[in-house]
Design a protein around this ligand. Structure first.
Ligand SMILES: [Zn+2]
Length: 309
């Protein structure tokens, strides 16, 4: 069974061909059928009425708004060829001004908004937020230090001095539910003891490492457990700021956990019955991730025996 996670399922055609004509792309921003999604400090504009959805504005409002250097970033076309852009309006001192022009919308935290808006819009939110953040964090050429410029509607920056081209980064993270027989492993990171929050083990992949190797290394580092079989389950874009969560199930070859005290407050085994209760919020003192997170689906697939492992 394939799962479309929150932050996946973006239906926009990212318009690679259109990105190559930068003059036409600039003109496109001013079309009447163009939709712009404003972000203020990386929070998207969201409408709550009549139903929760991203709040798009028209180009007419652009003239009144101070926009971050580089202008709106192209997201793509919908099935009717309407162009979509994201625009960073963080320099607007009073963001409620923009909320008023978009029918009492508000700038909201991306995680909370993503739970409520239609799933395909959460994919657009992920694309837009990660791209705007990349431009904020990569203004200068990492080779020579000159200020670089946005091209291809935001999918590339080029340095005017040394001509180095820079492309948006995505950081792969392996996240895995470790299991052995009828039990699985979940961990609690330092600082979360009071919440009772346990989740799958996870960590950033290293250079020159396969997904399977990343899973085995992370589980050994965090829990001291050797891993045999690794089975891919699904993946999820996670735009905080630009990760790709690669979800797996991993079979432990031993039961002796040795948690890394520098990173983990606790790592322990849970039985399948305990996990089923936790999924229904009925395991006393234990909280596990909700459906917004891929961890929830990795746990659920194992507990309900729907994972192909
Ligand atoms: Zn340079």
């Amino acid at each position: 069974m394939s799962i479309t996670h929150i932050f996946a399922g973006n239906t926009l055609d990212r318009g690679d061909h259109a990105r190559r004509d930068e003059i036409a792309l600039k003109r496109m921003i001013r079309r009447d059928n163009t939709k712009l999604l404003p972000f203020h400090n990386l929070k998207p504009l969201v409408k709550r009425s009549p139903d929760p959805e991203l709040a798009w504005i028209n180009h007419e409002f652009l003239d009144d708004l101070p926009i971050e250097a580089g202008g709106p970033k192209f997201l793509g076309f919908d099935k009717d060829q309407n162009p979509y852009f994201a625009v960073d309006v963080s320099t607007v001192k009073d963001p409620s001004r923009i909320a008023v022009i978009a029918d009492n919308a508000a700038f909201e935290d991306g995680r909370s908004a993503a739970i409520d808006i239609p799933p395909e819009q959460s994919g657009i939110l992920a694309q837009a937020r990660s791209n705007l953040n990349w431009h904020l964090q990569h203004r200068f050429c990492s080779f020579c230090g000159s200020e670089s410029q946005s091209h291809r509607g935001g999918l590339m920056r080029e340095c005017p001095t040394c001509k180095t081209q820079h492309f948006p980064r995505t950081d792969p993270v392996v996240i895995m539910l470790v299991y052995r027989g009828n039990r699985c492993v979940m961990g609690q990171t330092l600082g979360r003891q009071s919440s009772g929050f346990y989740s799958c083990l996870a960590g950033f992949m290293d250079h020159g490492e396969s997904i399977e190797e990343g899973v085995r290394r992370e589980v050994m580092e965090e829990a001291g457990l050797p891993i045999g079989k690794v089975t891919y389950h699904s993946s999820q874009p996670w735009p905080f700021p630009s990760s790709l969560m690669i979800g797996c199930h991993a079979e432990a070859l031993s039961e002796n956990i040795e948690a890394d005290p520098g990173e983990m407050a606790d790592v322990r085994w849970f039985t399948k019955d305990e996990i089923k209760l936790a999924l229904e919020n009925n395991l006393e003192g234990i909280n596990i991730p909700g459906p917004i997170a891929i961890a929830h689906h990795l746990i659920k697939a194992w507990a309900k025996d729907t994972a192909k492992i």
